[in-house]
Design a protein around this ligand. Sequence first.
Ligand code: ZN
Length: 167
Amino acid sequence: MARLIEEFAKMPGIGVRSAERIAFHILQARKDDVESFARVLREVKEKVSFCKRCNNLSERELCHICSDPSRDRSKICVVEGPNGVIAMEKCGLYRGMYHVLLGEISPIDGVGPDQLKIRELLQRVYKEKIGEVVIATDFTTEGETTALYLFELLKPMKVKVSRLFIR
Ligand code: ZN
């Protein structure tokens, strides 16, 4: 039990008190439910990883968007996480490609540009001859910091850069 609590407490945003609550919840849950939960955990780790090109979640080397020939390959929309891709796709108006940074610049949490997939973005803009980059990071301090940083980096490149808020 102590080990289970310890494991949950390692998760982001979960303190010891919450970890204890989750552990006791599992202890009281039906055996079938717990087994199905364990199976999902194992499966997600085995099957799902990140797209080699855009870092979106994918069960294959390239995600469904990168491997879709009908998408506009001259545009890249930059988002912080795979949920940003989902939000943009829900709008249904965007037909370009994506680049998932897998995080946002946050000095308080010790996350700098080097920990994000920013170098990969610049390489793609250059190699894939991208004409337009749409920055759709969150409208939070961290999202804004990340957007400004990207604006500065992309400025010298021959690419149109715009800012977009998803909501
Ligand atoms: Zn992809």
